[in-house]
Write a protein that binds this ligand. Structure first.
Ligand code: URA
Ligand code: URA
Length: 270
């Protein structure tokens, strides 16, 4: 029966996501739990529980943390004060074209491509990373390397298709050796991101990693200090979580990330 097969596939994909983000203990019997090396492939074929209950639609809610209280409030300049006439650019495509011609900071000298960001122009969820890496610089697209694959899985785990969000970075050109963007580089580039936020008008912003969060919020604080609150970015609720590249290095951060994205998910539903 085709629907049964489709449901089994859905479960398989869902469980794989749960494994990846470290939520597996909730859904898998102890004997089935992957240990990294064996990984998702070693899972027994999952049994659909009930055809009436598509898994991803409900399961992220189980054990989800409550929405935390307010954090920092950032006021954005109105469009006409963004500088460089950015406020007159009325489409994301126009902003991307302006970025492609940008020479405001030194990063422009080393780039192959600018990486303005991509996704749905009417996204409810906007993700903000730090800056392009090598693959992003090659392709002109954000989060297309290993960290990007994990990001796609994390979104899937809360029932959000990657195509439905908008993904951007604080800086639009690759820093050499993937170093952190310097303050003057972030400062030069941030107006583009602000204009992108004004045009997309997301319901929620998710900042990926301390560098993105610090730049957006204009503070020097650790990720630990910035997580666990709902900040306000020009009136848009902003949640801070780990960068997916950090999760690849330290899987212990997957569980807190799972909690953070479930907070973001609840804010989307609010
Ligand atoms: N890819 C991006 O586009 N941004 C990051 O911050 C990391 C990888
Ligand atoms: N993970 C991040 O993404 N940033 C930090 O500062 C620490 C952990």
């Amino acid at each position: 029966m085709p629907w049964k097969r489709a449901l089994a596939d859905k479960w398989q994909a869902y469980l794989r996501q749960q494994m990846e983000i470290g939520g597996g203990e909730v859904y898998l019997a102890a004997g089935q739990r992957g240990s990294g090396a064996g990984g998702p492939e070693s899972l027994a074929a999952p049994q659909p529980r009930s055809p009436a209950a598509p898994p991803a639609a409900v399961s992220w809610q189980r054990g989800a943390p409550p929405i935390p209280g307010p954090g920092l409030t950032i006021d954005l300049p109105p469009a006409d004060l963004l500088g460089d006439g950015l406020g007159t650019l009325d489409t994301l495509t126009a902003v991307a074209a302006r970025i492609a011609a940008c020479t405001l900071c030194g990063l422009s000298k080393g780039r192959k491509n600018t990486v303005p960001g991509e996704g749905s122009p009417s996204a409810d969820l906007m993700l903000v990373g730090e800056g392009p890496g090598a693959t992003e610089d090659e392709t002109g697209r954000p989060f297309v390397g290993a960290a990007g694959e994990l990001l796609t899985q994390i979104l899937g785990s809360i029932g959000i298709p990657r195509e439905s969000v908008f993904i951007a970075n604080v800086v639009k050109c690759r820093p050499p050796q993937n170093r952190k963007p310097l303050p003057d580089e972030s400062t030069a580039c941030l107006p583009y991101l602000r204009r992108q936020v004004q045009l997309v008008r997301p319901k929620v912003i998710l900042a990926l990693g301390a560098t993105a969060a610090e730049s957006l919020l204009g503070v020097r604080k650790s990720l630990g200090e910035l997580r666990g609150a709902v900040h306000s970015y020009g009136g848009v609720p902003l949640v801070v979580t780990y960068h997916p590249a950090a999760l690849l290095r330290n899987p212990n951060w997957k569980k807190p990330t799972w909690d953070d994205v479930r907070i973001a998910r609840q804010l989307l539903d609010r």
